[in-house]
Design a protein around this ligand. Structure first.
Ligand code: PMP
Length: 461
């Protein structure tokens, strides 16, 4: 057995890729001019590309490969499940063991009375489920006019029509006629970029109180839910001020509005607890999960919902579901992944070992002339690049120009760090060791030095 076409030379693979493969969030120009970097295998936190280069993956794939690459137990479980029952659906009063056991396990792990699971294929379509679920919930409670969902600018909730509508990415709204009706936005709790002269605490409260203003503007009787990521990921790893989430919770409680925590990135240990909601001290009515649920080995997502919502939805027929809702192979893999997280004490590793070490080493980067803030929560972090630390000013060049150069330098130095505008973000596999963190941070500093050199030469700095 061989892996598909790994034997072809890189240039040939790149030419085929450029000719036929349409990439998410990539311009054709990037692919045609430079070609894609082709990843061929991976083990632990290390990727290998078609040129044989070994690259330290600071992004856990796409915020998901939390147990690291190449775990044979997962492959074995998937193969066994494929032999035993490769597919059956969960529609029309049927079930199977992997789906029901995973639902039970998620109910045990999820906080509060989040005891019921509706499966999806990933985070985007789980959020689509949430839109329909909360609107159906209120309709069943004889309040069909409660259909507005409030979200945040620069939040990310997926790429489907529903997910991208919930997200506050203006570049996404600009394509395909989004958002759908009934989605409203408030500003994000991004103190670094938007906090002005306020302290982070004042700013956190002010941003949370925009929710109350928005509810009053719309009319509380029309608001179904508020959705947010405990820590915004794709928006740039924006760790909100400590005052933010308690105030959001207070406002949701006051107006009886459902709170949806999008845990697609924060879930399953990323912040050192099972869920980011626990780290932020909130009690959601629904959690969206995906990514770390299967550590990215196979696609799966879910909405984990409260007893109350499940009861109301269960009283009617919810005309919703995906062919692969609760796919047996995906559920079996997710169960094995959760077993690994528990039995290998991965959350304790994040909380007590890797998280504190990354925080210490990462915060040292704040001394670098290009870096404003450098922040970490658990094993997700970001640095803000700036020409002026004191005023937190943006660069004169277009937003993202310097971030892109920095990302290129990281690639050249064999680490993966992503840029969001001029913020650099990381979310390595949760099993990363302290030695690997040291290698990563040393290479990140080298990349920052080279970025600084280049933007000085280009006259940007
Ligand atoms: N919600 C959040 C918070 C995410 O980060 C993502 C993916 N980055 C999604 C939803 C969408 O998930 P998927 O790509 O699996 O559809």
């Amino acid at each position: 057995m061989t892996t598909v076409a790994n034997h072809l030379p890189t240039t040939e693979l790149q030419a085929i890729d450029a000719a036929h493969h349409m990439h998410p969030f990539t311009t054709g120009k990037e692919i045609n001019e430079n070609g894609a970097r082709i990843i061929t295998s991976a083990k632990g936190v290390w990727l290998k590309d078609s040129e044989g280069q070994e690259i330290l993956d600071g992004m856990a794939g796409l915020w998901c490969v939390n147990i690291g690459y190449g775990r044979p137990e997962i492959a074995d479980v998937a193969a066994r499940q494929m032999r035993e029952l490769p597919f059956y659906n969960t529609f029309f009063q049927t079930s199977h063991v992997p789906a029901l056991m995973l639902a039970k396990k998620l109910a045990e792990l999820a906080p509060g009375d989040l005891n019921h699971v509706f499966f999806a294929n990933g985070g985007s379509d789980a959020n689509d489920t949430n839109i329909r679920m909360v609107r159906t919930y209120w309709a069943e409670k004889d309040q069909p006019e409660r259909d507005v969902i409030i979200s945040r600018w620069n939040g990310y909730h997926g790429s489907t029509i529903g997910g991208a509508s919930l997200g506050g990415m203006k570049g996404m709204h600009a394509q395909g006629g989004l958002p759908i009706p009934g989605i409203e936005f408030i500003d994000e709790p991004n103190w670094w970029a938007e906090g002005g002269d306020q302290t982070p605490e004042e700013f956190g409260l002010a941003r949370a109180r925009q929710l109350e203003e928005k509810i009053k503007e719309i009319g509380p009787e029309k608001v179904a839910a508020f959705i947010g990521e405990p820590i915004q990921g794709a928006g740039g790893v924006i760790i909100p001020p400590a005052t933010y989430w308690p105030e959001i919770q207070r406002i949701c409680d006051k107006y009886g509005i459902l709170l949806i925590a999008d845990e697609v990135i924060c879930g399953f240990g990323r912040t050192g607890n099972w869920f980011g909601s626990q780290t932020m001290g909130i009690k959601p009515d629904i959690m969206t999960v995906a990514k770390g649920l299967s550590a990215g080995y196979v696609p799966i997502g879910a909405s984990i919902v409260s007893d109350e919502i499940a009861k109301v939805i269960g009283d009617t027929e919810f005309n919703h579901g995906y062919t692969y809702s609760g796919h047996p192979v995906a559920c079996a893999v997710a169960l094995e992944n959760l077993r690994i997280l528990e039995e290998e004490n991965v959350l304790e590793h994040v909380r007590n070992v890797a998280g504190p070490h990354l925080k210490k080493r990462w915060e040292e980067l704040a001394e670098h002339p290009l870096v404003g803030e450098a922040r970490v929560e658990g094993l997700m972090g970001s640095i803000a690049l700036t020409p002026d630390k004191a005023t937190r000013a943006p660069f004169a060049a277009d937003a993202g120009t310097v971030g892109y150069i920095c990302r290129e330098r990281c690639f050249a130095n064999n680490i993966v760090m992503r840029h969001v505008g001029d913020r650099m973000v990381i979310a390595p596999p949760l099993v990363i060791t302290c030695e690997e963190i040291d290698i990563f941070v040393d290479r990140a500093r080298k990349s920052l030095d080279e970025c600084l050199e280049k933007i000085r030469a280009d006259g940007i700095f």
